[in-house]
Design a binder for this molecule. Structure first.
Ligand code: SF4
Ligand code: SF4
Length: 402
C-alpha cells in the first residue's frame, strides 16, 4: 500500500473505531462563547477538604476539550477547577488549558494536573526498577511551562493503587520537594484500581490533600468504596470523583446512557466535593451547569441507572479489578486495554485511547489461543474487545497528533 493510501486507510479505521471525526488543527474553535446565564456565585459549591478550596459540584476534566475557547467558556460559566494531565495529547492539552485561562486573575481558578511516573508496571502498579525522584520533578516542571504558570494548585500522582506505591519514599520525596519549592499548593492521588487501598494509604500518610478516585453507579463494591471515601474525608482529604459516567455509553455502538442520572448519582454522596467531567462541547457544558442546580434524582433516572447497571449489560466500564490478568496465559495487560477501549468507544477520545494503548505490550497473542480462558467480572467478551482496540497499535503517532 502506498504511504498516502495507507494514511487514508488508517484515518478511516480510526473513524470506524471512534465514530467521531478527528478535528484538524486549523478547524478547531478558538473562541470563547459569551457568558452562560448562570453566574459563578450561583453555582453550588462544596469544600475540598483541608485544602480550604471551594469548588462547584462539577469541575472540568480537560482531556476531551479541543479548543481553548471551550476552557474559557467553562470558566466564564462558573467552572472553577480544571484538571489536565501531562499525557493528554503529549502535553498539548496543558498548553490548551493555559491558553484558555491566560490573563485571568490567578486566584480566580484552580488548576491541577496529573504527572505519571516513568517506569511504572501498569499490571502491578509498582516500580520494578525503582522510582527516579529527580526525573519526576523535571517532568512536573514541564507541566508548569506548558500551562505558562509558576505553580499549579494540585499535582496529582496518577495510577495510585498499592499502598507501597502511594507511600513510596521516592514519590513522597519528589512531591514534598515540589510543594516546598512552591510549584504546587496541594498534593493528590488519582486512582483507577486498588482504589480503596490507595485512599486509605493516602489518608493515613497525611501528605496528600486531595484524592481523585474512579467512582460511579456501576461500582461493584459501593459500600466499601463509600466507607473508604468517608475515611479519607474524615482525615481532611477532599474528594473529586472521576470516571463518573462509567464509560459514557452503554455499548460499542454508542447507545447513550443517562449521563445526567450518572452524575447526579455520584453527587448524592456528600463526601464527594466535585466531579471531574470531561466536556467536549458547549452543549455538554451547559447541561452540566444546569445539572448542578438540580441534583434530585427522578424515578426515571433511577430506573435508567438500574437497567444500565445490570451485569447482563456489560457496558464499557472496566472496573480495573485486574482479576482477568492471572486468567490469561500470556499475562496480557487486559485492564489497560479495556480502559483504552472505553476511551475510544465510550468517550470517543481516540487520542487518549491511542496513548493508553501505547503503554501496552501486545503482539497478537490472542491469535495463538484456541479459546480465551479469561473470566471477566464485568462479563466482557475480552478477546473481541482486544481485537478491536489493538488496531490502534497500527496507527502512527503523527496521524494521531495531526
Ligand atoms: S476482570 Fe474485567 S473488569 Fe476486571 S480488570 Fe479485567 S477486564 Fe476489567
Ligand atoms: S485470547 Fe484470551 S487468554 Fe488468549 S491471549 Fe487473548 S486474552 Fe489471553
Amino acid at each position: 500500500m502506498k504511504a498516502d493510501n495507507r494514511r487514508e486507510f488508517l484515518k478511516k479505521s480510526l473513524l470506524g473505531i471512534s465514530g467521531v471525526a478527528l478535528v484538524p488543527g486549523s478547524l478547531k474553535l478558538n473562541i470563547a462563547k459569551p457568558l452562560l446565564e448562570t453566574a459563578t456565585s450561583e453555582l453550588p459549591v462544596r469544600l475540598l477538604g483541608k485544602s480550604g478550596l471551594k469548588t462547584p459540584l462539577i469541575s472540568m476534566g480537560t482531556s476531551d476539550a479541543t479548543s481553548s475557547g471551550l476552557i474559557r467558556s467553562a470558566y466564564e460559566s462558573g467552572i472553577k477547577l480544571f484538571f489536565s494531565a501531562t499525557y493528554y495529547g503529549e502535553g498539548n492539552n496543558e498548553k490548551l488549558v493555559g491558553e484558555g485561562l491566560k490573563g485571568l486573575p490567578r486566584d480566580s481558578f484552580i488548576i491541577g494536573t496529573a504527572v505519571p511516573p516513568d517506569g511504572m508496571d501498569m499490571k502491578t502498579g509498582t516500580f520494578p526498577n525503582g522510582f527516579d525522584a529527580n526525573a519526576y520533578i523535571k517532568k512536573a516542571e514541564g507541566s508548569l511551562k506548558r500551562f505558562g504558570l509558576d505553580y499549579v494548585d494540585v499535582f496529582l500522582f496518577p495510577y495510585a493503587g498499592k499502598k507501597e506505591t502511594v507511600l513510596n519514599e521516592g514519590v513522597l520525596k519528589a512531591l514534598a520537594q515540589l510543594k516546598k519549592q512552591g510549584k504546587t499548593r496541594f498534593l493528590g492521588i488519582a486512582s483507577h484500581s486498588d482504589t480503596e487501598e490507595a485512599l486509605k494509604a493516602a489518608a493515613d500518610s497525611g501528605v496528600y490533600d486531595i484524592a481523585m478516585p474512579a467512582y460511579n453507579f456501576k461500582a461493584k463494591n459501593k459500600e466499601s468504596m463509600n466507607a473508604a471515601i468517608a475515611y479519607a474525608v474524615k482525615t481532611g482529604m477532599g474528594i473529586v470523583a472521576m470516571k463518573t459516567t462509567a464509560g459514557g455509553a452503554r455499548d460499542k455502538s454508542g447507545t447513550p446512557l443517562n449521563i445526567s442520572a450518572a452524575l447526579k448519582w455520584v453527587l448524592q454522596n456528600e463526601n464527594v466535593s466535585s466531579i471531574v467531567s470531561g466536556m467536549s462541547s458547549f452543549e455538554q457544558l451547559q447541561n452540566n451547569i444546569a445539572l448542578m442546580n438540580n441534583l434530585k434524582m427522578t424515578e426515571q433516572e433511577l430506573k435508567d441507572l438500574n437497567i444500565t447497571g445490570q451485569l447482563s449489560e456489560p457496558g464499557l466500564y472496566c472496573h480495573q479489578c485486574k482479576k482477568c490478568v492471572p486468567d490469561c496465559p500470556h499475562n496480557l495487560d487486559i485492564p489497560t486495554m479495556m480502559r483504552s477501549y472505553m476511551y475510544a468507544y465510550g468517550y470517543k477520545n481516540i487520542k487518549q485511547a491511542w496513548h493508553t494503548m501505547a503503554e501496552v505490550k501486545y503482539s497478537n497473542q490472542c491469535d495463538n489461543c484456541k479459546i480465551c480462558t479469561v473470566n471477566c467480572t464485568a462479563s466482557f467478551d475480552i478477546r473481541n474487545k482486544i481485537k478491536d482496540i489493538t488496531r490502534l497499535k497500527d496507527v502512527p503517532a503523527d496521524l494521531i497528533q495531526a
